[in-house]
Design a protein around this ligand. Sequence first.
Ligand code: HAM
Length: 435
Amino acid sequence: MSQKGIRGVRGMNDILPPESLLWNEFESLVHSWAAAYGYRPLRTPIVEQTALFKRAIGEVTDIVEKEMYAFEDALNGEHLTLRPEGTAGCVRAAIEHNLLHQGPKRLYYWGPMFRHERPQKGRYRQFHQIGVEALGFADPEIDAELIVMGARLWDDLGITDVRLEINSLGDPEERAAHREALVAYFTAHQDELDEDSRRRLSRNPLRILDSKNPAMQPLIEEAPRLLDYLGAETRAHFDAVLALIEAAGIPYRINPRLVRGLDYYNRTVFEWVTPKLGAQGTICAGGRYDGLFAQLGGKPAPAAGFALGVERVLALWEACGGEPPQPELDVYLVHQGEGSAPAAFRLAEALRSSGFSVIVHAGGGSFKSQMKRADASGAEVAVILGESELASETATVKPLRRPGAQRQVPWTQLEEVVAHIQLGSEESDGVGTLA
Ligand code: HAM
């Protein structure tokens, strides 16, 4: 009976070499970028209580209504969810460990997130985010800092063709006034609403503005604008953010329709968008969420942050010329004959202790077939250990990428000879010309 192979889960990707090398390079770049702004890493679990996301993101959002990987723990009946985003867990951890005890905190995280969306290019069910959260900061400087950080990252990556859209969602009272105006407006046009919007009208009318339905767009265009309902303080906050990013030389477009798909935001919200990635052009998004600490049962604390979609940023990076780095390998160690394996292991470890990367051939085979592997491996140097070398405690060293004769050297000189070949200076000072 034939058995069908088991495949990966739809919308959840394997990241293979050489692509995975681009991920590694990006990840290390991100760590130094975050450190350059004084942000420290935070790691939270991938699974949280379902109630956390319901409370933080909002019950009437696409994420909570239809995209959460929520399940009941078969062992103890707990209601758990694979995190669809990182802000909720970050704030939960900050409250639980009293992280703001000694003042505000700049934090960042990296990892997989899960949303049961319809997979397509740039949209996955397991995707990755880098999130940056500034906790305990009320001033517009921090909103601007987060935007400047984004701009620097695009710059560091050589990413062009990305623009900033920004809006202010106001404070709760302003939103309430705007909400009332919206409800009145959409109620007056009820027969023009699609089914989703009609359902949202009573529960979350702001989200109607987020509708992707083209038929709804003319109606949405004419709807009352939140920006017209901002009070003096909120307006001043927004203006200060805009002035700071202008001073930093970052172009932006105020988009009064930018509402975001999560309910915790207030005041500044922003998105970095590119026309280069088709429909999934938002590579990064965030904003202020001053009410979330209190909403999750913590001491009230203002905060702001953003998250970028790693898959999307990497796709854009590649579209702008980013390439996986060539993996480097110094030595491929070929060995054959009785007792060659332990010696090969020992020599390889000695080379690694000196900082070289070494592959020890595995799986036997003739010298010829082993040398073929050595060539294909991309190594700079082949180190060959046969019976005669073993007997004389030597190894044959053969440059693979540069001209130069092979030579037999004592084990004690191996590191030195490999280093010389790598520097392209093997003809100098007679090192390794023994035998
Ligand atoms: P978000 O807008 O839901 O915000 O997601 C942020 C970014 O994650 C998006 O702009 C996009 O690049 C990427 N993303 C989202 N869903 C997918 C998907 N299914 N496949 C691929 N990429 C995706 C948040 O998650 C907030 N927690 C951001 C934040 C942090 N706000 C304040 N702090």
